[in-house]
Design a protein around this ligand. Sequence first.
Ligand code: MN
Length: 383
Amino acid sequence: MKHLYILGACGSIGTQTLDVVRQNPKEYKVIGMSVGSNLELAKEIIEEFKPEIVCFRKQEHIFSMSYTPIVVYGDEGLLAVSRYRGYENEWLVNALVGVAGLRPTVEAIQSRKHIALANKETLVVAGDIIRDLISKYNVELVPIDSEHSAILQCIRGEAAKDIAKLWITASGGSFRNKIRDELENVTVEEALNHPNWKMGPKITIDSATMMNKGFEVIEAHYLFDVDYEHIEAIYHPESIVHSMVEFQDGSIKAQLGVSDMRIPISYALAYPSHKSLMVEHLNLKPRTLTFQELSFERFPCLRYAYLAAQKGGLYLAVLNASNEAAVYLFLNKKIPFLEIEKIIEKEIMSSAYETKNTPSLEERIQVGKAVYVKILKEYGEIL
Ligand code: MN
């Protein structure tokens, strides 16, 4: 039995994780969860799974329940759930959005929980630190992301030295059929309409700008210890091949399936086995699979991600913070779509964040916060 702590239980990954749990009640038990501002859904899932510890986003969200769990709230509450202990084989499913997911991941590792990670920002901002903590505390970290789940499945049983290249597939996002000139006046509603995947708003915008793919390249670097020169994103509009691994002898392995996040969630929870799951199975017969190069000119955010990774130090924290601020401004209709790229470019090109030393977790979080606040203020947002 795996004992689960699900952060972001009301979100897209959270609710799909709960569906996987529902399908396998003998395998998984929910011990803790954090819920967001959808209080109706929060009430439903709390009463269904009756976790021992519940974290609300805000104190005023707390409602009365039919039983008496430990109730916590806010950022401190997330840490309390992450460090809560009482069972063997405990897993933190981190499905929070943004850098808010970083500290809870660290706290959970230090409390010797294994990590099923959907929160990309954790590895983007602190991949090196997380990698060291994972080995220090001897816990597993398994990705919940279709691309990294695919790579994980492809490299099982293979030697690291035999890997020549990781190919990360990209659906192209909501504006894949538009040229840059057509992006001037696109709306939030259009941007949120992803052709292949149903996801939360932040990641859907990140997919449209291709920053999501940039983040996934960075995540892949830390998860699989492959150099950036040997990780490439490739356009694959069908979202059937979820990623590929190329080996030194020219052989390429791919993982295929329908676009249903419950498959990578189930694999992360059941890792390394493929437990039965009620999802649609891929019908290959009428399928055409196409691949094309992804252009840095069309998707400059992908280039900024590689650039930030190359600059290192604080630049990955700055990449993430400027992106979070820009996406927030776009979703709140304060800036046009193309301004997202400009905001990120300005920060990544700035020499203000250069440092000689490897920044600590604290420095990265503080600099990220400062960049976020600075950008919001520049656009007249009062915090
Ligand atoms: Mn993905």
